[in-house]
Design a protein around this ligand. Structure first.
Ligand SMILES: NC(=O)C1=CN([C@@H]2O[C@H](COP(=O)(O)OP(=O)(O)OC[C@H]3O[C@@H](n4cnc5c(N)ncnc54)[C@H](OP(=O)(O)O)[C@@H]3O)[C@@H](O)[C@H]2O)[C@@H](O)CC1
Ligand SMILES: [K+]
Length: 461
């Protein structure tokens, strides 16, 4: 797990005040990290186009031009008059060496975007948009300094943004790199140390980036065990029966000892999934909401009042009845539209998906403040998993999963881990990672995955 921050200005300030590091020194390390990203892959004499803006992001790029001078074929393009004192100082240094300043963009082996960084405040003007458009059209290897130009501090893009292969971000990870909008632009993310190790630079945070190592599979180390040792999940089947059946199959494949569906009509089930009319006596967790449709209010009310660990998905986010469960440690797995409905039901906000997507962290925080026991898993290109004040980001998902049924598999995986005794937050984290990593292991192509393929990949983790 890695730390994430809303902003790192205060961490830079701490470096100056507590460790007597200078802005110049921090910037030198930023430029060294950019240099490393080039020298590790590209041969000497490769051509490098560096596009530098008027602020300190630009200054990082100009410092890089100096570091690469003589070994690489550097072309430095500065489209606007420099404003920041550091940028002016870096340019003076570069000019004293004789760095090649160019007046027109030229396609090179490598492009470094240091036009705007964390200081981007307004929409990109026309000239900047034109530059980014041209850079994006190049076949070059594209490196963004700190953050791709065009992505603002909230992670939003108002006009357009630089498409990076890699983003070398300065000091620490920022939330702006992990919005759904930013996902297509940031490429691989590398953190640059700014003169001290990250554990020194970073302070306490409640935001975390999940890594593969955070996936805790339900591996069995007990030898003296029977099926009851691994729990019994009850999946409530609704009017769209397939959803619950998909969840039940996924749960079984992810280690639940027993899985039953609660359904009053006949359902086509594999032999290893059982059917019941009421909660099973030895039930250890419940999954409900997927494909629910029209429901019996009394029955759902009873289930929501149960003390058993519960995962709730889909249709119930639109219903007032869900409030019964929100003072408990339930796991909720809404997609953005469902989360908007839930915020409305909970009288927290009346917003559309567009507004939510621009402020995912804000609305997740708002919800968790009101319901600190609930584990919220907000689906998206980057999944946010939150409880109380902590938010975890899962970036392993991809468009492979953009299919009907993927969410039902996730619900089943969460339910399976709950049934096996995982704490709700741990169940949500490991299920979400298993879901996304399994999908990325599917090698056929990125359009044909169906729920049963996904479950097969989960079984192979
Ligand atoms: N602090 C540190 O210790 C370290 C900082 N580091 C680096 O500094 C970067 C942050 O630097 P920064 O604050 O100077 O911001 P930056 O992104 O260069 O742009 C600001 C300039 O752009 C202008 N401007 C803004 N929007 C505009 C628009 N739409 N259209 C036109 N102009 C616009 C704005 O003008 P103003 O609003 O002031 O009029 C201002 O002049 C950070 O990303 C990292 O790379 C690293 O070296 C590590 C150490
Ligand atoms: K940039």
């Amino acid at each position: 797990m890695q730390n994430i921050y809303y902003e790192v200005g205060s961490l830079d300030k701490r470096c100056y005040e507590q460790f007597a590091l200078s802005e110049d020194l921090l910037m030198e390390h930023a430029a060294l990290a950019l240099e490393k990203e080039i020298t590790k892959t590209f041969d000497k004499n490769s051509s490098v186009l560096i596009v530098s803006g008027m602020g300190n992001n630009g200054a990082d790029g100009i410092a890089l031009a100096r570091l690469l001078y003589k070994t690489y074929d550097v072309k430095l393009y500065i489209p606007f008059e420099l404003k920041s004192p550091m940028a002016k100082l870096q340019l003076k240094r570069a000019q004293l060496l004789g760095v090649n300043l160019i007046n027109e963009l030229q396609e090179c082996d490598i492009v470094v975007d240091s036009l705007f960084g964390s200081g981007l405040k307004r929409d990109l003007n026309e000239a900047s948009q034109k530059i980014i458009e041209t850079l994006n059209s190049y076949n070059s290897y594209k490196i963004a300094c700190d953050i791709p130009t065009g992505i603002d501090f909230k992670g939003d893009i108002s006009t357009l943004a630089f498409f990076a292969d890699v983003t070398v971000t300065m000091g620490a990870l920022k939330t702006s790199l992990f919005t759904d909008t930013a996902k297509d632009y940031v490429g691989e993310i590398v953190v640059a140390n700014l003169g001290v190790q990250r554990e020194v630079y970073e302070t306490k945070t409640d935001l975390f980036l999940l890594e593969k190592e955070d996936l805790k599979l339900p591996l069995r180390d007990k030898k003296n065990a029977h099926k009851g040792t691994f729990g019994h999940l009850n999946v409530v089947i609704g009017s769209k029966k397939g959803a619950g059946v998909i969840a039940a199959k996924a749960a079984f494949g992810f280690g639940a000892g027993l899985v039953s569906v609660i359904c009053h009509e006949c359902v086509d089930l594999p032999y290893h999934i059982m059917q019941t009319h009421n909660l099973s006596e030895n039930c250890t967790a419940i999954a409900l909401g997927m494909g629910l449709g029209i429901y019996d209010e009394k029955e759902i009310e009873n289930i929501l009042q149960s003390k058993l660990p519960t995962i709730i998905d889909a249709d119930l986010f639109y219903e007032d009845i869900i409030k019964i469960a929100l003072q408990k440690e339930v796991v909720l797995t809404p997609h953005p539209k469902e989360f908007c409905a839930l915020l409305n039901v909970c009288e927290l906000a009346d917003i559309k998906v567009k507004e939510l997507q621009k402020n995912r962290f804000k609305y997740v925080e708002m919800f968790c403040k009101k319901y600190p026991k609930v584990v919220l898993l907000l689906k998206g290109a980057n999944v946010l998993i939150a409880q109380n004040e902590k938010i975890f980001v899962n970036t392993f998902g991809s468009a492979v999963l953009s299919k009907g049924g993927s969410g039902d598999v996730l619900g089943g995986l969460v339910g399976s881990l709950l049934a096996q005794g995982y704490k709700p937050l741990d169940a949500a984290i490991s299920a979400s990672l298993a879901h996304a990593i399994a999908a990325s292991n599917y090698k056929k192509n990125n359009y044909s995955l169906i729920p049963s393929d996904l479950v097969e990949e989960v079984k192979r983790l």
